[in-house]
Design a protein around this ligand. Structure first.
Ligand code: DQA
Length: 150
């Protein structure tokens, strides 16, 4: 297994810094990209951060992760709550024995009712919510821990 990790962000996360800063903070996707790369470097992981508003593209990234044996950190954004096709794709990652950590910047359980259900959590290795960008660091640490253990 490689030490590369792909960090996949779903729809509207390209609007970080502009979108609901009271919920998602004032930092943008570029800042998240830098943070994740730096945290990865500390952990011995080569981190690539991606974002797409396109469900099909995010699904293809799951397939690519399986084919290339790359662990995944994913904030599925609103796809979390309804995308069975992304859930099926995410299941292929964990079925392949690869870590897939689900991250949410906010704590969806404390927000609107529709955010309380995740179709991704049942197939994820673990889920981290409500910790802001720091949640991605915790997810990367979890991946490093799981890789070390395997
Ligand atoms: C989110 C929470 C989702 O409910 C929402 O649709 C997002 C972001 C989060 O990071 O807190 O777009 O995944």
């Amino acid at each position: 297994m490689s030490t590369k990790v792909v960090v996949v962000n779903g729809p509207n996360l390209g609007r970080l810094g502009v979108r609901e800063p009271d919920v998602y903070g004032h930092q943008d996707l570029e800042a998240l990209r830098r943070d994740c790369r730096d945290w990865g470097a500390e952990l011995g992981l080569e981190v690539e951060v991606r974002q797409s508003n396109d469900e099909g593209e995010v699904i293809s990234w799951m397939h690519q992760a399986v084919d290339e044996q790359t662990p995944v950190v994913m904030n599925p954004a609103a796809f979390t709550h309804y995308s069975y096709s992304l859930a099926d794709a995410a299941a292929q990652v964990t079925d392949a024995g690869l870590p897939l950590m689900e991250v949410h910047i906010s704590n969806p359980a404390s927000r609107e009712a529709f955010r309380r259900h995740s179709v991704i959590s049942p197939v994820a290795t673990g889920t981290i919510t409500g910790m802001g960008f720091y949640g991605y660091r915790l997810a990367l640490e979890s991946v490093a821990h799981l890789l070390e253990r395997s």
